[in-house]
Design a protein around this ligand. Structure first.
Ligand SMILES: Nc1ncnc2c1ncn2[C@@H]1O[C@H](COP(=O)(O)OP(=O)(O)OP(=O)(O)O)[C@@H](O)[C@H]1O
Ligand SMILES: O=C(O)[C@H](O)COP(=O)(O)O
Length: 394
């Protein structure tokens, strides 16, 4: 990586403003998935061991510049305290005199979690004053929030212009793994793109077509491709205005010699529920009153075969509505094939695919599960991530 990292600087006795991505799922005031908190531990531990005063900043949810009580970071700080096995202080603000006072009283190795940075309107506007106010709290800036690196906000980008700014260990690892996978991929290289919205995945499909040997399309976005092949899709998810684009992607795949896979059969349902009536149909026979919610058995077999014959697989987006057990088989088949393919390096990007792999208890069988959803997609598209660009060059 051409950016400075934690390993390049001495933090002993320094106040370190460390941006992390603690944007974790919550229910009834409790953290329901602590993956992102765990992922930040190596950096936090390193800072503690090196004798820094560790000031952690994060967003949680989208409070849109206002205080939203349920989006305070208290529960997150408590989880962090358990995971670190040492006491963690929590401030009720993210900058200002009170916070400065708390920091003045910190000892080397102490950890403080600031309040949700998105409680302030300036955060998402990347307001220069707010960035300066954050910077006044510290001597050094560490960005370990890979999941938020595609956002140019005051705590991810603006602040980096006011302090020595380096990447944290998680940020470094994510950029290394994804960067290596994309720049010098082991082949055959397969990308699996699923999920719901074609609109959000256009950029990544287009750029992956330049790089991969196999492209697998699945999930809700398949139906726009099925339609592009001239078939009716009933009540399935369809982005009518993207049908021509889907057609052009299939043509481009042919031109580039990329093997293009999409469902040959699907599980259709008469209702969006676990108790719906279902049937397996070929993609040219989707009944008009039914909607496709999962990949069919033949499709699963084809996809599993492609995966097992690949050396590198990047997966973003589920193959069906995996949250409902009735429609989880396609996603499960892909996860299981990846788990069984021990010679295949598997990179999982996107919150939903990561959640699916967790649900099937296969997370430890994947080579790398990215903490970035949108960030990993934008990185794979070849876009610059502002939170990375702003860091000091080596
Ligand atoms: N056939 C389908 N019909 C409708 N919805 C579907 C279908 N297949 C998958 N989905 C839904 O797509 C959603 C995931 O789509 P999305 O594009 O957000 O995926 P992702 O890239 O993994 O997520 P993230 O936004 O975290 O990166 C899931 O909630 C899933 O239920
Ligand atoms: O969950 C994510 O992808 C990151 O934390 C970024 O969150 P955002 O989409 O609300 O900016």
């Amino acid at each position: 990586m051409n950016k400075q990292t934690l390993k390049d600087i001495d933090v002993k006795g320094k106040r370190v403003f460390c941006r992390v991505d603690f944007n974790v799922p919550m229910k009834d005031g409790k953290v329901t998935d602590e993956t992102r908190i765990r992922a930040a531990i190596p950096t936090i531990q390193h800072l503690v061991e090196q004798g820094a005063k560790v000031i952690l900043a994060s967003h949680l949810g989208r409070p849109k510049g206002q205080v939203v009580e349920e989006l305070r970071l208290n529960a997150v700080a408590e989880r962090l305290q358990d995971l670190l096995g040492k006491s963690v202080a929590k401030a009720d603000e993210a900058y200002g005199e009170n916070v400065k006072q708390i920091i003045n009283n910190m000892n080397e190795g102490d950890v403080l979690v600031l309040e949700n940075v998105r409680f302030y309107p300036g955060e998402e506007k990347n307001d220069a004053e707010l960035a300066k106010a954050f910077a006044e709290l510290a001597d050094v800036y560490v960005n370990d929030a890979f999941g938020a690196a595609h956002r140019a906000h005051a705590s991810t980008e603006g602040i980096a212009h006011h302090l020595p700014a380096v990447a944290g260990l998680l940020m470094e690892k994510e950029l290394d793994v994804l960067g290596k996978a994309l720049s010098n991929p082991d082949r055959p290289f397969t990308a699996i793109v699923g999920g719901a919205k074609v609109k959000d995945k256009i950029g990544v499909i287009e750029s992956l077509l330049e790089k991969v040997d196999n492209l697998i399309i699945g999930g809700g976005l398949s139906y726009t491709f099925i339609k592009a092949n001239g078939h009716e899709v009933g009540k399935s998810l369809l982005e009518e205005d993207k049908v021509d684009l889907a057609k052009s992607f299939m043509e481009k795949a042919k031109e580039k010699g990329v093997n293009f896979y999409m469902p040959v059969d699907v599980v259709v349902a008469d209702d969006f529920s676990n108790d719906a009536n279902t049937q397996v149909v070929s993609v040219d026979s989707i009944p008009s009153d039914w909607e496709g919610l999962d990949a069919g058995p033949k499709t699963r077999e084809i996809y599993a075969d492609v995966i097992k014959n690949s050396k590198l697989v990047i997966w973003n987006g589920p193959m069906g509505v995996f949250e409902l057990d009735t429609f989880a088989n396609g996603t499960k088949a892909v996860a299981e094939a990846l788990a069984e393919a021990t010679d295949t390096y598997s990179v999982i990007g996107g919150g939903d695919s990561a959640a699916a792999v967790e649900k099937f208890n296969l997370a430890d069988k994947m080579s790398h599960i990215s903490t970035g959803g949108g960030a990993s997609l934008e990185f794979m598209e070849g876009k610059q991530l502002p939170g990375v660009t702003a860091l000091n060059d080596k």
